[in-house]
Design a binder for this molecule. Sequence first.
Ligand code: NAD
Length: 491
Amino acid sequence: SIAGVAWVGYGIYQDRHPDEQIEPDPSKKTLVILGTGWGSVSLLKRLDTENYNVIVISPRNYFLFTPLLPSCTTGTIEHRSIMEPIRTILRQKKASVKYYEAEATSIDPERKIVRVTDNSEVKGATTETEVPYDMLVIGVGAENATFGIPGVRENSCFLKEIGDAQLIRKKIMDCVETAAFKDQSPEEIDRLLHMVVVGGGPTGVEFAGELQDFFEEDIKKLIPEISDRFRVTLIEALPNVLPSFSKQLIEYTESTFKEEKIDIKTKTMVKKVTDKTVEAEMQGPNGKEKVVFPYGLLVWATGNAVRPVIRDLMAKIPAQKDSRRGLAVNEYLVVQGTRDIWAVGDCAVAGYAPTAQVAGQEGTFLARLLNNMAKTEALEEKIRDLSGSLNLKPGNAAEVSREIEEYERQLRRIKDVKPFHYSHQGSLAYIGSEKAVADVSWFNGNVASGGSLTYLFWRSAYLSMCFSSRNRLLVINDWLKSKLFGRDVSR
Ligand code: NAD
């Protein structure tokens, strides 16, 4: 444990006192990276920034550790514990990187420029401009899918960004306090304390579990008079929740939810949402049936949709005509129909699920590719120079030829970059009451496990994946704090 403390201490010291950075060199190519999520930040982590003039553009000036986002909705974890400022990340790089807090609104692949808008609240400042690039990496992610279902955007909370989690946390307490208000009618108490989650993917399941924990461990003790009225309902259109997990874990999750009194409504497709009700079509034994769920809080977690900036770019590239779910990329993550644009993460379609794990591996792969490309160019230049000097210094010809050969050997090795291949490490999900499910690859086999030990595994896995030592300390502190003192229910 002393070694552990020393390791954390050294990490913190290094983060605080990085070496002086090399200044940008205008003779180098400009590499623009859009986004600060899993794909872009994994790329930045391993990119040798001294090879390019790197510019990062993102409206979010921090990296967000999304796997723990559901825990922020109930205050098990405080939101700042899973945020890492992009400025801190960039300060660690050998060569300095420019960062602009702005949203890319359109990309012109002909003129090789990105149009950006800064949504700043500061009045009178420049808020729109163009950024030219030589090479572009797009890692802007996706937006929430609503399938155009009426009322969803206006009435539900999503769970993608930190602001979403903060809003949910406030709304849960608003519903609880309003239900506990003097002379509240019984129907209204039932409605306010009915928390509806739409979408039985990992996001919906983890959120429902966290919500039930919050209620059981804290709200029930603090406001016992409403405790028998609180209900969580999870609505899923397919016949079961967690479709990407193994059958055994689906059953385990469903039976755990039953014990936790989370009501799962499968084969139920939401068709319309109003400010107080969710209207759905349920596939019953006697055919379709209409059901109405009055709710206090509605969380919408039905997966991803393509962002407008990506849709707009796809329309400009004929080779993207048949792609639906995002930018089609080749096995080197180059956007089909372009030569100098790459895409990573949820905005790219590379044949894998839109997960943090895939985006992270794509970013790491791209860093290696871009580092290699820079090395290749440097070696090719050296070979050109040496070949030119062969005739000038005939006495050294043998030595120079040997040097050229050595460089060519290095070049062949570097140029031999294997295409991107995703290596699935497994899927993990928290399901409430200190239980988790895991489908993990282990020595070429698959291990499916669920329960309390898996929960410890879930915790340690996520802890080790946290971005920085600072994040890790904060998360441990939050876990301890909520266990010892309960979650903070102030709004
Ligand atoms: P998802 O796409 O995995 O699940 C959405 C679910 O909503 C689907 O099962 C779909 O059938 C259902 N749905 C869609 N429309 C509906 C409607 N009108 N009524 C009822 N149900 C409807 O979405 P997600 O959970 O947000 O996950 C997105 C991606 O992120 C996935 O690839 C997922 O694997 C990944 N993810 C992984 C983890 C984890 O591993 N712990 C956590 C969060 C997200």
